[in-house]
Design a binder for this molecule. Sequence first.
Ligand code: ADP
Ligand code: MG
Length: 260
Amino acid sequence: MQPSPIIEARNLVKQYGAARVVDDISLQLFRGETLGLVGESGSGKSTVARMILRLIEPTSGSVIFTDSNGVQQNIVAMKTRELRRLRRKISIVFQDPYAALNPRLSVQQILAEPFAIHKEQPSEGLQARLLSLLEEVGLPESALTRYPHEFSGGQRQRVNIARALALRPELLVLDEPVSALDVSVAAQVINLLRDLQTRYGLTLLFISHSMPLVRYLCQRVVVMQRGRVVETGTWSEVCESPKEAYTQQLLAATPELPLS
Ligand code: ADP
Ligand code: MG
């Protein structure tokens, strides 16, 4: 029997005026896998991600979330209180590591925020949990007392990832998390995500415009163009024999990262 997916998006549509920027997207994301959502800039990837998290309202369609106890709910129909509960189970990391961090808060305050918002006390104590979060993302303990401007882009993205992991989410959505970084720094962050995958069996939705990048993390890919899915399958199915000329372009257009 096929396990039920953690996320099943059905017939998602987003319309802005006359423009249908997401046009009937359906996709499944299974527990423990990393799904790549790939497409050129403007193809609707971020809009899909934001609808899945209900950061924006779909025009139509549904998003069925199955939690670790097997309880199913439609995210699109959730009330405020249910959405709050969902926010600790699904978290997101955005492309721009600079915009995402409040410059007035220390890393200690940034990482403590999710616990305060959700009134959660880590069993090992807050300080111990913050230190272990830093360790998980490869930052030194001394980072706690520092402020965002004291870090490089790659380090800031590690802080964002640590914050996203704070409440041990069931699903982490990464919206072009390395697109704003230099190639060598991007490679380090990709390696970190790979480590987190193997250490914690995290479920990831990894959004990128780069096919080669997706290859390092994803078992399956969904290829988007102009708001629609044009191909879906395992990385090798899609990339070794791409059916669409568009997919071939995505494969050819992006340089390889220095990853092993
Ligand atoms: P991607 O993440 O693949 O680059 P987006 O989901 O950000 O694509 O955007 C898809 C399309 O929707 C783009 O053409 C973009 O201009 C348009 N779009 C996104 N947000 C809005 C909005 N709030 N109002 C109008 N158009 C939007
Ligand atoms: Mg985007």
